[in-house]
Ligand binder design. Structure first.
Ligand SMILES: Cc1cc2nc3c(=O)[nH]c(=O)nc-3n(C[C@H](O)[C@H](O)[C@H](O)COP(=O)(O)OP(=O)(O)OC[C@H]3O[C@@H](n4cnc5c(N)ncnc54)[C@H](O)[C@@H]3O)c2cc1C
Length: 421
């Protein structure tokens, strides 16, 4: 079991909080909100100040149930976020799949979820955690953790933007790492493993006045494959006539040191006429941003006094917009385990990580679907044509119902279509 070496005795003058959460994205805010609601003493740390920019704007309907549990559905219904009723796939030859509408698959019966601007959405979640009783400390970066023999831990924190030289301790019974792709604990413990089949990178930006659908198709996420399956684009309509457009491909194909992000993006756009056509009257509204090697997982989920949630544990790939849902779902599962741990005074790895098997099995379904998407022999239109009986199960997976039993039949149909067989 990976654990940090036992460290100096704790400063006994420090108060011991029940839980300290590092990172207040969707995973950290969810776990903090649910534990605070259960009456625990929770402190939520983030190195950023909110609102802050973040990639990942498209939700899937399975997130609705957790948002409802957090008491946020009315606020979302009243918000300016665009309603997302479906997802659609467009093949390299421009062939469009029938949209996968969420009508009968959304747990709340709304038939939609939302395309969100993450600066506002994440703020909503942090505010909710605060309202439910969590203490929020922004501009506060965790720099290291000491795990003590008395089973408490001390997180050492640094105030960002303040000229304070000294580190401040936060002592707690359970450390939750929700630091996203920074993988604060997994990196320090050497647990992070890149998925070698998904060495991808992304370049993305926002456009003003890009073409969008009408009626309930206005808010659809559309995934476009470029020619020869070399790259794909997301197309995510946002408020204020903005569309988020991102291009993802293998890092070897995508990045070229002699080209700027704009040049690479435009190179790929020229290979994807369906997107280029939608952008012909649009103007770029944000600088290009890039990221790479974002698909990985940690070999362990929990240890004595610590647990990982959201991207701090694993991330697959952006193609099915599963990240925010999985972050919140893992936050919810971890909250249940931590609550029991605190109630029974058992903060062992077994207790804090007792949701690993269930969670990993759900994530694995997304992973298999991601591998299929990147297989040049696979496309959704052909799959549905050959397996119309699997449309329902496939939609269940696309909306995020991956923890539901009985939806795996899809993979029997997908497997023979793949190059790898
Ligand atoms: C290219 C790309 C596109 C994506 N598109 C989508 C999409 O359309 N839909 C979707 O659902 N998901 C998408 N995702 C995934 C999604 O962005 C993440 O899965 C989600 O944000 C994970 O939430 P989280 O709470 O685990 O981490 P984050 O949201 O990343 O939050 C982590 C927080 O930790 C803080 N932090 C980090 N280190 C420290 C530290 N040392 N001390 C204190 N604070 C710290 C950060 O400031 C941050 O606020 C995409 C991801 C990528 C890479």
């Amino acid at each position: 079991m990976a654990d940090m070496t036992a460290s100096p005795a704790p400063d006994s003058s420090q108060p011991v909080r029940d839980v300290a959460v590092i990172g207040s994205g969707p995973a950290g805010s969810s776990v903090a909100a649910l534990l605070a609601e259960s009456g625990h003493d929770v402190v939520l740390l983030d190195r950023e100040h909110f609102p802050r920019h973040h990639v990942g704007e498209s939700l899937i309907p399975a997130a609705n149930r957790i948002l409802d549990r957090l008491g946020l559905i009315d606020q979302l219904q009243d918000s300016s976020f665009i309603k997302k009723y479906s997802v659609q796939f467009v093949g390299p030859d421009g062939q469009e799949s029938t949209p996968f509408y969420f009508d009968d698959f959304d747990p709340l019966g709304l038939g939609h979820t939302w395309q969100v601007v993450r600066s506002s959405f994440d703020r909503l979640l942090v505010d909710r955690a605060s309202t439910l009783g969590a203490e929020i400390r922004t501009n506060t970066q965790a720099t290291s953790v000491d795990f003590h023999e008395d089973t408490t831990a001390t997180i050492w924190t640094r105030r960002i933007r303040k000229r304070e030289g000294s580190l401040r301790p936060v002592r707690c019974r359970v450390v939750v790492d929700a630091s996203g792709q920074s993988c604060f604990l997994a990196n320090r413990m050497g647990l992070r493993q890149i998925d070698s089949r998904l060495r991808n990178g992304t370049i993305w930006t926002w456009y003003h006045n890009a073409k969008r659908g009408t009626g309930r198709d206005e808010g659809a996420t559309i995934i476009f494959n470029s020619r020869e399956h070399k790259s794909w684009f997301w197309y995510i309509p946002l408020p204020n006539n903005i569309v988020s457009v991102g291009c993802t491909a293998g890092t070897d194909w995508l990045f070229d040191n002699s080209l700027s992000a704009a040049e690479i993006f435009n190179r790929e756009l020229s290979r994807c006429p369906s997107v280029a056509e939608r952008l012909k009257d649009a103007s770029q509204a944000e600088p290009f941003r890039t990221t790479r090697d974002f698909s990985y997982s940690s070999t362990e989920l929990a240890g004595s006094g610590w647990v990982l949630v959201g991207d701090a544990y694993s991330f697959i790939d952006p193609v099915y917009s599963s990240g925010v849902f999985l972050a919140m779902a893992s936050g919810e599962m971890a909250a249940t385990a931590i609550h029991e741990a605190l109630e029974t005074d058992n903060t062992s790895a077994e207790q804090l990580g007792n949701w690993k098997q269930c969670y990993d099995a759900g994530v694995e379904k997304f992973r298999q679907l991601v591998y299929a998407f990147y297989d040049p022999s696979f496309n959704f239109s052909d799959f549905i044509r050959h397996h119309p009986d699997q449309r329902e199960n496939l939609t269940e997976l696309l909306v995020g119902n991956v923890f539901k039993p009985g939806v795996s039949g899809v993979f029997e149909g997908i497997k023979p279509m793949l190059t790898s067989g």
